[in-house]
Design a protein around this ligand. Structure first.
Ligand code: ADP
Length: 274
């Protein structure tokens, strides 16, 4: 059974129909991307998943809990951690470790358990050495890692990152993509990354593309990212490495379909040169 299941949801804000027969599934241990142009309904979809928006029609079931049932809302929010685009808005304390401890303290956990979770979360994101620093001294990438550590310390089964990588430089973004991979592969967390940047989607297992409030494409990263025409139609760009791989294929080079990232392309070229 899927960890979370959005089924045929329709939702309007006033007279503006924002989601239209929208369906999506999240699986434990799977890195899913929800991509789409601005205004296509991605953030509303994220808000459905942690019961901040209750759908007008259709259903949202998270780990067996139905978001329409008021008694389920607490259970759903316990399971899903949401990381937003701007990490500044998520900082609440004067030291890195107090910031991460804030969530677990509100869960009423013992001080030993809070310590254990804070240390484990900071180690997972690579900020343990900075635990006594003031969050304001961190770089943008480190602040985003701090926000993720704060969510991890709550022990979620699912993490949603809403455009969380878009303001970061390339090295920070690469670090966070590796972290997401580890959370899926080693901890079995269901991750949903919301983005309009298909370079990020190249690292995922499964991609949904939405436009006008509905899913218009879905499939493995390789299936979606190599479909340049459809992506273009929905206002998205193929990753540079994918486009280069496709030009090479047109010229007769046997580049496999799963060459999606710069690393993949360089390793193919390196292999071909040997
Ligand atoms: P995306 O994340 O893809 O940019 P959003 O889900 O944020 O899309 O927004 C989709 C549409 O819903 C936009 O037209 C936006 O103005 C509208 N919208 C989102 N949230 C609200 C709200 N709380 N009240 C009214 N309109 C909203």
């Amino acid at each position: 059974m899927s960890f979370a299941c959005i089924e045929e949801v329709c939702h309007s804000f006033g007279s503006n129909r924002v989601l239209n027969a929208f369906s999506l599934r999240l699986e434990s241990g799977r890195f899913t991307v929800l991509a789409g142009r601005n205004g296509s309904g991605k953030t509303t979809a994220a808000r459905l998943l942690n019961a901040l928006v209750i759908p007008d029609r259709g259903s949202v079931i998270v780990d067996g809990y139905d978001s329409r049932d008021k008694a389920s809302v607490f259970e759903i929010r316990k399971r899903i951690g949401l990381v937003l685009q701007n990490p500044e808005n998520q900082i609440v304390a004067d030291t890195v470790e107090d910031d991460v401890a804030f969530g677990p303290e509100n869960l009423g956990l013992s001080s030993d358990e809070i310590r254990r979770r804070v240390d484990a979360s900071l180690k997972a994101v690579g900020l343990y050495d900075k635990r006594l620093d003031n969050p304001s001294s961190l770089s943008g990438g480190q602040k985003q890692k701090l926000a993720i550590a704060g969510v991890l310390a709550l022990g979620p089964k699912c993490i949603i990152l809403d455009e969380s990588l878009s303001m970061l430089d390339r090295p920070s973004r690469a670090d966070l993509l590796k972290l997401i991979r580890r959370l899926c592969d080693e901890d079995g967390i269901a991750v949903l990354l919301i983005t309009h940047d298909m370079e990020e989607a190249a690292y995922s297992d499964y991609v949904y593309v939405m436009d006008g409030g509905s899913v218009v494409m879905k499939g493995s990263a390789a299936e979606i990212l190599t479909d340049e025409r459809s992506l273009h139609l929905h206002g998205l760009r193929t990753p540079v490495a994918c486009a280069a791989a496709s030009r090479l294929r047109e010229k007769g080079y046997p580049v496999p379909q799963d060459v999606l990232t710069e690393e993949d392309l360089l390793s193919f070229i390196g292999g071909a040169a040997c």
